[in-house]
Design a protein around this ligand. Structure first.
Ligand code: AZC
Length: 841
C-alpha cells in the first residue's frame, strides 16, 4: 500500500461499474458529494436546480477523468488534429446525452430513484445552450459527437455567446423575442481556462517599415484601435461507448489585463472603463439571422475574434511540440463551417508572415494546405460579403493581405483564361460592381485545398452555379459530403422505446453501425412487429400531446396523423405552402362534411429572424389558421393546427419521435441539404417532399414507394424562371387555388381585417419568388395520397419501418468517416482508460 502502481487499462466490455464510479451506489455517492461540496446544500433543502447541478457535476467528473487521459495520449502521440471552426454550435442539453454516451443512463435513473428523485424531472431542468441558429450550428454539434465516437482527435472552436438565440414566445399570434439567459446560473459543463488567453487587435492602421538601402518592404506593424482579450471556456464532448472526450473550446471576450491607466490617471475614468464595456459586448450575443447577412461591424469583429484566438491556440500547441511552424498543416487541418470563420485564411497569413517572419510563398503553401471549406447555402443573399470600407476599418492589415492574395490569384486566373475580363471580375475576392465588397466565399475557396457541399444535389449546384468559375479553374478541389445526424441524441436518447424494440429485434450494434438497421427490413412484413411499432409511435405521440398542452395550451388528438414542419421560418422553406394545403383541406371539409380523409394535426415550429418581416407574417398566418380551425366544431377530430413555440433541440427531441409525416417542401434547388428530414426519417416519419437537398438521397435510399414526392425539379424550376414565371396565371387558371388565396385575403382568419396578410398575398400573386403557386396543385394531390396511405395503417406501418431500416446512410458517423478519409486524412486514436483509483495522478 502507498506504492504507486502502473495505470491499469480497463476494457469497456465487462467493466466493473462500481469500481469505475459508474454503478448505482457510486453515482449516489458522487451526487450527494457534489450536492454538499459544490452546491453547499443538504438534500432536505435542495431545489430541483441544485439536484440537476449536482448530478451534472458528478457526470462531468467522469468526463474529466477520461479527458485528462485523452489529452495526455494526444500529446504523447503528436496526433494530427481536426479543428472544426464554427461560429455556431447548437449543442442542446448535455446531461441526457452524456449519460447515454457514458452508458449509465439506466444506472443514473436508478440512483436518482433510490434518492427519491425522478431523472426526467432533473433532465428537464437543463437550460439549452442556444449557441446557434439552425441547421448549420446543429450539424457542427452532431459532427463533434461523431468525431469523439470515432475516436478522432478533434477540437471544436467557437464563441461563448452570453446570450444565445432568442427564446420565441407567441403573443397575440405574433412572434415575440425574449433574451436567452442560458448562463444565468452558470453552465456545469463549461470549464474556464483564464490562462489560455490571447490579446486580439481590432481596428487602427498599419505601418510599413522599409529597409534604408532598398525599397523592399521589411515589416508591417499593425497599430490597433483596441485590444480585446479572449479566454477559453472548454466543454468536454464524450463519444458513445468510448473513452474519448474531445474539446469544444469557446472564446469569450473580456478587457485586456492592462487597464488604460493613462486615461484613468488623467481623470478620465469613464473612458478607461469604457474599454472594458466595449470589449465585453463582443461575445455578448449571437446574431439571429439564419441565411441572411446582417453586415454589421460587431459581427465581423466576432468572427475575427474567435478565429484569431483559435489559430493562436493551435500555433501555441504546435510550438509546444515542434521548433517551428513549417509542419503546421501536417498536424492540423481546419474545417471552415461556412464562410463565418473564413477570415482565418488571412489571419494565418498575418501570423506566419508578420509575427513569425515567414516568406509569403511558404506561408501561403501552409495556409492552402491547412484549410477546407464547407458551403451550406445556395441563397445568394446568404453568401457573406463585407463592405470594403467597414472591413478595412476593422481589419486594416487583413485588408492588405487579402489584396495581395487577390493580386496573385488573379494572375493565375489571367493565365488560365487569357483576355477574359469578365471572368476576372466574377472571380475577384473583391466585388467592384457598384459599392465594393469583400467576397468571403471566394477567400475561403482560394485559401482551401477542398471545398464541399452538403448533399449530392447541392454539391452539383455549387459546381454548376455559385462557384462555377472556381470549379473550372480547380475541379480537383470540389467534392460532396452529404450531411448526417447523430443517432445517439436523435434516436437513442429521444426515442428510447423504439430503440429498445430495435435492440430486441436485431441486437445493440446499430447505434454505431447504422447500416445494420437494414436487418429490420424483414420485420416490415411481420404483423406483430408492426403492431408493436404502432404502439411505440402512439406512446411518443401521447408524450408530445402533453408537451403541446403545456406550451401551446392546445389539446391534440394522438389518433390523428401528426403532420409536422419544424425548421427556421423562411420563404424558401415554404411553410406557407403547407398552410395553403391546410386551408384547402379546411375548405373541402367545410364544403363536404362526408369527405373521407385521414384526421390530421398539422404542427409547425420554428423561429423567424427578428428583422425578417415576411417570415414573421408566415408565423402569424399559421397561428391565425390554427385559431380559426380550432374554433370550428366541424373540424373536431378531423383537422387541427398547432404552432409549437420556441422550437429548439430540446423540443425537437420530443417532436421527431412523434411525427407521422415530415414536411420537406422547399423549392427545388434552394435547400442545401436539410438535416431535420434525416431526424424524422430515423424516427419513422414518412416524408412528403420535393427533389431538393438531401431529400433526393432519402428518396434514393427508401425507394419511391416509401416517399411522397411532388413538385418541380431543379431544371424545371430553372426553365420556368427562364420563360418568365407569372404566378397570377396559376391563380387564374385554378379555381380551388383562387378560393384558398382569396380566403386569406378576405380577412376570414383575422376577424375581417384584410390588411394583415395583404403583403403576403400580394407577394404570392405578383412575385412568388419560391414558386408556391406553381407547385400548389401537385402538393395538394400528393397530400391526398398521403391521406389514403395513412388510413391503410398496415401499409403505413410497413413504410414507416422501411424508412427507419433505410436511414443508416444519414448517420453523422458515415459523414465524418467520409471527411476523415477524403478531406482530413486523419486516423482514430484509441484512448485506454487508466484506473484513477490506482492514484496515478
Ligand atoms: C443550412 C442549410 O440551409 C441546410 O440546408 C443544411 O442542412 C444546413 O445548413 C447544414 O448543412 N444553412 C444554414 O444554416 N446557414 C446559415 C447561414 O445559418
Amino acid at each position: 500500500a502507498g506504492a504507486r502502481s502502473a495505470p491499469v487499462a480497463v476494457p469497456l466490455v465487462g467493466r466493473d461499474d462500481e469500481r469505475m464510479g459508474l454503478g448505482v451506489e457510486a453515482l449516489k455517492r458522487a451526487f450527494l458529494d457534489r450536492l454538499v461540496y459544490s452546491q453547499a446544500r443538504f438534500p432536505e433543502v435542495a431545489t430541483r436546480r441544485d439536484c440537476f447541478q449536482a448530478l451534472a457535476l458528478a457526470v462531468r467528473d467522469r468526463l474529466l477523468q477520461r479527458w485528462v487521459q485523452t489529452a495526455r495520449t494526444y500529446r504523447d502521440k503528436g496526433s494530427r488534429t481536426v479543428c472544426y471552426m464554427s461560429a455556431e454550435f447548437l449543442i442542446g442539453p448535455q446531461l441526457g446525452n452524456n449519460l447515454i454516451n457514458l452508458g449509465i443512463f439506466d444506472n443514473a435513473r436508478q440512483a436518482m430513484a433510490e434518492l427519491g428523485l425522478d431523472l426526467d424531472m432533473l433532465l428537464d431542468q437543463e437550460e439549452e445552450p442556444g449557441l446557434g441558429n439552425g441547421g448549420l450550428g446543429r450539424l457542427a454539434a452532431c459532427y463533434l459527437d461523431s468525431l469523439a465516437t470515432l475516436e478522432i482527435p478533434a477540437i471544436g472552436y467557437g464563441i461563448r455567446y452570453e446570450f444565445g438565440i432568442f427564446t420565441q414566445a407567441i403573443r397575440d399570434g405574433w412572434q415575440a423575442e425574449l433574451t436567452d439567459k442560458w448562463l444565468r446560473s452558470g453552465s456545469p459543463w463549461l470549464i474556464h481556462r483564464p490562462n489560455v488567453a490571447f490579446d486580439i487587435k481590432i481596428g487602427g492602421h498599419t505601418e510599413h517599415q522599409y529597409e534604408a538601402s532598398a525599397s523592399r518592404r521589411l515589416r508591417v506593424q499593425w497599430v490597433p484601435a483596441k485590444v480585446v482579450r479572449g479566454t477559453a471556456w472548454d466543454m468536454p464532448v464524450l463519444g458513445y461507448g468510448v473513452n474519448t472526450p474531445n474539446r469544444l473550446r469557446l472564446w469569450s471576450a473580456e478587457a485586456p489585463e492592462e487597464f488604460d491607466f493613462a486615461a484613468f490617471n488623467a481623470g478620465n475614468y469613464y473612458q478607461a472603463v469604457d474599454a472594458e464595456v466595449l470589449s465585453e459586448t463582443l461575445t455578448k450575443v449571437l446574431y439571429p439571422n439564419d441565411e441572411m447577412e446582417a453586415g454589421q461591424t460587431l459581427r465581423l469583429e466576432q468572427q475575427y475574434f474567435f478565429v484569431a484566438c483559435s489559430l493562436r491556440d493551435m500555433i501555441r500547441l504546435q510550438l509546444q511540440r515542434e521548433a517551428d511552424l513549417s509542419r503546421f498543416h501536417e498536424k492540423f487541418v481546419v474545417q471552415l463551417n461556412d464562410t463565418h470563420p473564413s477570415i482565418a485564411v488571412a489571419e494565418l497569413m498575418h501570423l506566419l508572415v508578420d509575427d513569425y517572419e515567414m516568406l509569403w510563398d511558404e506561408a501561403w503553401s501552409i495556409t492552402q494546405r491547412t484549410f477546407a471549406y464547407t458551403n451550406h447555402t445556395l441563397l445568394p443573399e446568404a453568401l457573406e460579403k463585407w463592405p470594403l470600407r467597414l472591413f478595412q476599418k476593422t481589419l486594416p492589415r487583413h485588408y492588405e493581405i487579402i489584396c495581395e492574395i487577390n493580386e496573385r490569384f488573379l494572375d493565375e486566373v489571367r493565365i488560365r483564361f487569357p483576355g477574359d475580363e469578365a471572368v476576372l471580375r466574377r472571380m475577384s475576392l473583391i466585388d467592384e460592381d457598384g459599392a465594393r465588397y469583400i467576397r468571403m466565399a471566394h477567400l475561403a475557396v482560394v485559401g482551401s485545398f477542398a471545398v464541399n457541399g452538403v448533399a449530392a444535389l447541392h454539391s452539383e449546384l455549387v459546381k454548376s452555379d455559385i462557384l462555377k468559375d472556381f470549379y473550372e479553374l480547380w475541379p480537383e478541389k470540389f467534392r460532396n459530403k452529404t450531411n448526417g445526424v447523430t443517432p445517439r441524441r436523435f434516436v437513442l436518447l429521444a426515442n428510447p422505446t423504439m430503440s429498445q424494440l430495435i435492440d430486441e429485434t436485431i441486437g445493440k450494434g446499430w447505434v454505431t453501425d447504422m447500416m445494420r438497421l437494414r436487418e429490420l427490413e424483414p420485420y416490415a412484413d411481420d404483423p406483430a412487429f408492426r403492431e408493436k411499432w404502432r404502439g411505440i409511435k402512439r406512446g411518443n405521440k401521447e408524450h408530445l400531446v402533453r408537451e403541446i398542452k403545456r406550451v401551446a395550451h392546445a389539446d391534440a388528438d394522438p389518433a390523428s396523423m401528426f403532420d409536422v414542419q419544424v425548421k427556421r421560418i423562411h420563404e424558401y422553406k415554404r411553410q406557407h405552402l403547407n398552410l395553403l394545403h391546410v386551408i384547402s383541406l379546411y375548405k373541402r371539409l367545410k364544403d363536404n362534411p362526408n369527405l373521407v380523409v385521414a384526421p390530421r394535426t398539422v404542427i409547425f415550429g420554428g423561429k423567424a429572424a427578428p428583422g425578417y418581416r415576411m417570415a414573421k407574417l408566415m408565423i402569424r398566418l399559421a397561428t391565425a389558421v390554427a385559431d380559426i380551425v380550432g374554433r370550428d366544431p366541424a373540424m373536431h377530430g378531423r383537422l387541427q393546427v398547432v404552432f409549437f413555440p420556441n422550437y429548439n433541440v430540446k423540443s425537437g427531441q420530443s417532436i421527431f419521435p412523434a411525427a407521422d409525416l415530415s414536411e420537406q417542401i422547399s423549392l427545388a434547388g434552394k435547400e442545401a441539404s436539410g438535416t431535420g428530414n434525416m431526424k424524422f426519417q430515423m424516427n419513422g416519419a414518412l416524408t412528403i417532399g420535393t427533389l431538393d437537398g438531401a431529400n433526393v438521397e432519402i428518396l434514393e435510399q427508401v425507394g419511391e414507394e416509401n416517399f411522397f414526392l411532388f413538385g418541380m425539379n431543379t431544371p424545371e424550376v430553372k426553365e420556368l424562371r427562364r420563360c418568365g414565371y407569372r404566378p397570377r396565371d396559376y391563380y387564374e387558371a385554378n379555381p380551388h387555388l383562387r378560393e384558398v388565396i382569396d380566403l386569406i385575403g378576405s380577412g376570414f382568419f383575422t376577424r375581417g381585417d384584410r390588411d394583415v396578410f395583404r403583403p403576403l398575398v400580394d407577394h404570392l400573386l405578383n412575385h412568388d419568388e419560391y414558386m408556391l403557386l406553381a407547385d400548389f396543385q401537385s402538393y395538394i394531390d400528393c397530400q391526398e395520397k398521403v391521406s389514403e396511405a395513412y388510413i391503410d395503417y398496415e401499409r403505413w406501418s410497413r413504410m414507416s419501418i422501411l424508412n427507419v431500416a433505410r436511414s443508416g446512410f444519414f448517420s453523422s458517423d458515415r459523414a465524418i468517416k467520409e471527411y476523415c478519409t477524403d478531406i482530413w486524412r486523419v486516423e482514430p486514436v484509441r484512448i485506454e482508460l487508466t484506473d484513477l483509483s490506482e492514484d496515478d495522478l
